[in-house]
Ligand binder design. Sequence first.
Ligand code: FES
Length: 296
Amino acid sequence: MNGQSTRDLALLVRRIENVQALDRVSQLIEPLARRLTRNDNVKRTLSGTQLGHRLHPMLTDVPIGCWTSATLIDLAGGRAGHRAARMLVGAGIVASIPTVASGLSDWEDTYGSTRRIGTVHAIGNATGVVLQLASFRARARGRHARGALLGITSLGVLTFAGYLGGHLVYVERAGVDHEVPVVDDDEWHAVARTSELDEGGVLGVTLHGARIALVRDRGSVYALAAVCSHAGGPLDEGKVHDGALVCPWHGSAFCLDNGAVERGPATTPQPIYETRIRGTVIEVRVVEITRLHAAV
Ligand code: FES
């Protein structure tokens, strides 16, 4: 690709970011995404929380691989390859179901211009799937040339949608774990008075440039790094729910006890601090994993 083509593509992406009409399309897709992810276990699975890795980019390889292989067989396999190509198109369609679901879950957590790019990415992928469905239908009716043409058209559309997907991750950093600042010594530090932290409350403090969310829950004080590992949301503005601290931006829930992700979209545990009470002062010390928390 020459420099002019690269600039044209970058310009096109900028234009997409400014198309406000895409917000109306988002409003149509959003209820579907919310319904899909309203169950915490479903959200956790579609986010890849159990894997500790985003699920969507892992799944995209399967349908794209199937459909690309089908097109290669169409081009080089002759009549003998018709059946194999049809099976690969069908397998790709089946594999696209969880791929679309995980993509929709990730799209739900985007905003503004990033969401507009994500919306066009989703429309492109949906168009690619529809073309593959039409391709499968044509092949099943014995119209292989038509099926092959639809398949190769689909790959063209999916390639552009994939370009936008790459832009979302590598430029917009959608779905990329956020760097979480943590105090880099292992000393105890006084950070607040016990009177500043009510039962069920969250208090944000800054220690050596690192933001920390102090939480009092059921008589114990907990401390977690306050920059959400998902996309940098302010956990010190979050709420405590059922032994977890819930991020105000996309609803990731982190276990107070060990920082584990209890609900996605986050996939990386939140760093935590050990806590203790000295008189009326709350002290914290960085640890990787601890089960020691101060009772007040
Ligand atoms: S920033 Fe997305 S869940 Fe916290």
